[in-house]
Design a protein around this ligand. Structure first.
Ligand SMILES: *Cc1c(COP(=O)(O)O)cnc(C)c1O
Length: 363
């Protein structure tokens, strides 16, 4: 603490990201990164961009990248906003769309950055409880009374559960007067994207990232899609904050990533196959595994304590994510899908823990 801090800084509760420890031979399944290397075309494009031109500022409008993203989604470049990771895109969207008189609605269990942004911008937020199966029920949002916006992750995090497109459409139809942000960080692993609804719904903003399904968490590129007027609001915030959020290397790498459909299709399929196999193995070990449409699974064991399990895995150099709060999910572990070999090592480690403790830990 410092007496030089502003009042606003005293009131912040910053997001705590998953650990990035430097431990040799670590199996890192705690932050939903892609376990495979990015496309070679991306790496080549970054090398080509790492030249004399770095002395010049990058394109403040990221024109080429926005064109590549627009082409990929069948939209116009004016319908695309890009930022330094989707976290930054989300922050700008909160500022641009959700600072309203009425409260912002969000699930009680979702990406924990949402309440952090709400606090940063003085946005009043109201959480709407997930149902018994930890699923979003659209009718709960439609019945929650007037709102200043709605934010949902689809698939949701950390549960991995996805909403069908009809539910998103029902939400938009029933909520025409405030912005609806659908965070599709994990959509490529099995959920139906809401992008096709953009033309019919001016309040819809879809947010995407290259961190997960494109294996570029280290490059920091995310984007938003929506009708041009909505996007213009985000551009106004961005140009009041940082004109050059994406550097030349990130722009070059991201353009190449959007063009490499072969790598993308192959990697997604591989991760989805591993997820299905891992879910099966976990169920055989007695875990309850929520149906996942993401690159992670959310699972609990009926008699083994989650914090204890995470600690025991850590001793075997396997890192998974455990959230102590909220209480409802304190017995779950969120496990990112690793390579086939990493998933196998995880299952073997869990098998030995489960078999060593047939009656349950601390019971
Ligand atoms: C990982 C994640 C993000 C952030 O992605 P970046 O583009 O790396 O900032 C956003 N939303 C959700 C739900 C995520 O899980």
């Amino acid at each position: 603490m410092s007496r030089f801090w502003s009042q606003a800084v005293h009131g912040l509760t910053p997001y705590v990201p998953g650990e990035q420890p430097r431990i040799a031979g670590l199996i890192k399944l705690n932050t939903n990164e892609c376990p495979y290397a990015p496309s070679l075309r991306v790496l080549q494009a970054i090398r080509d961009a790492a030249g004399e031109e770095l002395r010049l500022y990058p394109d403040p409008e990221a024109t080429q990248l926005r064109e590549a993203i627009a082409a990929h989604h069948g939209l116009q470049p004016e319908q695309v906003f890009v930022g330094n990771g989707s976290d930054e895109v989300l922050a700008h969207a909160f500022m641009a769309l959700f600072r309203q008189q009425l409260p912002l609605l969000m699930p009680d269990i979702s990406y924990s950055f949402y309440p952090v942004y709400a606090r940063l911008y003085g946005i009043q937020a109201r959480s709407v409880a997930l149902d018994e199966q930890l699923r979003v029920q659209v009718s709960d949002y439609l019945e929650a009374g007037p709102n200043g916006g709605i934010v949902l992750a689809n698939p949701n995090a950390p549960t991995g559960t996805a909403l069908p497109l009809q539910d998103i459409e029902r939400l938009l139809q029933g909520n025409p007067d405030s912005a609806v942000l659908i965070d599709e960080a994990y959509v490529d692993f099995g959920a139906h994207s809401a992008v096709e609804l953009i033309d019919r719904h001016p309040q819809l903003l879809v947010v995407r990232t290259l961190s997960k399904a494109r294996a570029l968490a280290g490059l920091r590129v995310g984007y938003a899609l929506g009708q041009a007027e909505l996007i213009e609001g985000l551009v106004r915030v961005k140009d009041s904050f940082n004109s050059y959020p994406l550097d030349r290397l990130a722009l070059a790498g991201a353009v190449a990533a959007m063009h490499d459909d072969t790598w993308f299709a192959h990697t997604r399929a591989r991760i989805v196959a591993s997820r299905e196999q891992l879910s099966g193995h976990l169920r055989q070990l007695g875990f309850e595994v929520l149906p996942s449409a993401a690159n992670f699974v959310f699972a609990r064991h009926p008699r083994l304590d989650a914090a204890e399990l995470a600690a025991q895995l850590r001793e075997q150099r396997i890192l998974v994510r455990h959230f102590r709060r909220p209480e409802r999910i304190a017995q779950f572990l969120r496990i990112s899908i690793g390579t086939e070999t990493q998933c196998e090592a995880l299952v073997n480690a869990l098998r030995s823990i489960v078999q060593a403790d047939p009656v349950g830990l601390g019971e």
